[in-house]
Design a protein around this ligand. Structure first.
Ligand SMILES: Cc1cc2nc3c(=O)[nH]c(=O)nc-3n(C[C@H](O)[C@H](O)[C@H](O)COP(=O)(O)O)c2cc1C
Length: 453
């Protein structure tokens, strides 16, 4: 099983010089700035505004209603985010069809749930207006879980697009494999139609944008890596990206300018070619090659995609060496800072190659209370335009307010990257949030479902 190293003692780091010295010595020269004022600069997107440079990354709580509507805990989460001040709220993944859930309580976007989803955005916007006199820019992440799909009993029901010897035996979050069904071209067309139909509903719910999710283990990301799939969705770059562009064109045709389109994209997979995307085209070599991802970003921007949020299979995996495989092998240590730095550096390279794009970074929680400084440094030095925080938002939903108003984050409110939020879902199969900083709700769940007490 995985062993995540904690190579740095953040409680001893008082100043940004302490942080930089430790990181530089370890070979991770993160961009950094004492002055965080750049974070307050808005971004204007054809009439819409992102009020500042901080993003709440999509973070599923595994806590919707069985029928796919948002629960009270989901309303609570987005109220906390809205009152916290981040200018960009990237709503967690929501599935475009009943068979595409990655857990039995994932939200589903459909006629019967859209009224409640609309209320979720309305309430969150109202909370932000109460606090700051403006609403955030809201993106809804649409997905089909593909090989990560499960049924109502948490049994794995993987739908893959091509065989993959690296991950076929490990499809769901807890390491189950399930019997894989391979999607026919007709099934892929059905999924494309479901994404388009869902974007129409998202426009009705008054989201600013949808995210056509092309990251992590999910189905559109897998299509980008379908080098070995025959037919119109596999092989060439055009074929592997066909579904993504058909969805974008379909949304434009059906909704016009009624909703923006964004993409959360894997900068590279941590699986070697010909089974991974964005990797050097030599069999078995675990090393990124960003030429196709850069080409894809250029084409996405030409199509009018507003934001590209760059991720990888999991930001903590080092793309060199064992990468993604480390998680599922015995006795392998993972230094998460190697993976996070590699991803941030890939983000820098892509931003430099596609300066016309607006890019969101991933993995900023690893920088703990220096998150605002790394965010400001990264924006000033042109690594990315907006800094994306994931687990930090479970722990410290008002981190943005502190950065904007005080110029820094409070150590005592920070995520300590203990991974207990991940354990709640992976080991506990239950709802998730911050066990350490939001104890009232999540500590009892951790005790019961993870520790069995
Ligand atoms: C509990 C949990 C739920 C997540 N849910 C999503 C999701 O719905 N969509 C998504 O794209 N990423 C999801 N992620 C990944 C995060 O958005 C983010 O990329 C990751 O946590 C790394 O960023 P961080 O270091 O700032 O936390 C999830 C991660 C965790 C731990």
């Amino acid at each position: 099983m995985k062993k995540l190293l904690k190579p740095f003692n953040f409680s001893k780091m008082k100043t940004i010089r302490d942080f930089s010295a430790a990181m530089n010595e370890a070979g991770f020269p993160f961009p950094i700035s004492e002055d965080t004022s750049v974070i307050a600069e808005p971004i204007h997107l054809d009439g819409k505004v992102i009020p500042n440079r901080l993003c709440i990354q999509p973070m599923e709580g595994f806590d919707g209603m069985p029928d796919g509507r948002p629960s009270d805990l989901i309303f609570r989460r987005y109220d906390r985010y809205a009152r916290g001040g981040a200018g960009l709220i990237w709503y967690e993944s929501i599935t475009v069809s009943d068979d595409g859930r990655c857990n039995p309580l994932q939200m589903i976007i459909k006629e019967s749930t859209i009224k409640d989803i609309k209320l979720l955005v309305e309430k969150s916007n109202r909370a932000a207006v109460e606090e700051f006199g403006r609403k955030p820019y809201n993106v809804l992440q649409l997905t089909h879980s593909g090989r990560r799909s499960v049924n109502a009993n948490w049994e794995s029901t993987p739908l893959a697009v091509v065989a993959n010897p690296y991950i076929d035996h490990h499809n769901s979050i807890d390491g189950q494999s399930g019997k894989i069904t391979f999607a026919t071209d007709e099934k892929i067309e059905e999924i494309i139609e479901n994404f388009i139909r869902s974007a129409v509903l998202a426009a009705e719910a008054e989201f600013d944008s949808v995210d056509v999710k092309v990251c992590h283990e999910y189905i559109l990301r897998e299509l980008l890596a379908a080098f070995n799939r025959p037919g119109k969705y596999g092989g060439s770059f055009e074929n592997r990206s066909r579904a993504l562009f058909d969805i974008i064109d379909g949304i434009r045709k059906r909704v016009g300018d009624g909703i923006d389109i964004c993409v959360r994209l894997n900068a590279y997979d941590c699986i070697p070619y010909p089974h991974g995307w964005g990797m050097v085209k030599e069999e078995g070599v675990m090393k990124p090659d960003l030429s196709e991802p850069i080409e894809l970003c250029k084409r996405l921007i030409k199509k009018g995609v507003k934001l590209i949020n760059l991720s990888t299979m999991m930001p903590r995996y080092k793309p060199y060496g064992r990468g993604y495989l480390a998680e599922i092998e015995e006795g392998v240590d993972i230094n998460p800072y190697e993976g996070f730095f590699s991803l941030l550096d890939a983000t820098r390279q892509i931003k430099q190659a596609v300066p016309e794009g607006v890019f969101v970074s991933t993995g900023m929680t690893w920088t703990e209370h220096f998150g605002g400084n790394v965010a400001a440094g990264g924006i000033k030095e042109g690594w990315f335009d907006i800094a994306g925080f994931g687990r930090q938002c479970f722990a410290y939903p008002d981190f943005a307010r502190d950065i904007l108003e005080k110029g820094k984050m409070e150590r005592s409110k920070c995520c300590i990257t203990c991974d207990k939020c991940y354990d709640l879902i992976q080991k506990g199969h239950t709802m998730t949030g911050c066990v350490v900083r939001d104890q009232e709700v999540y500590l009892p769940l951790y005790r019961k479902f993870v520790q069995g007490k």
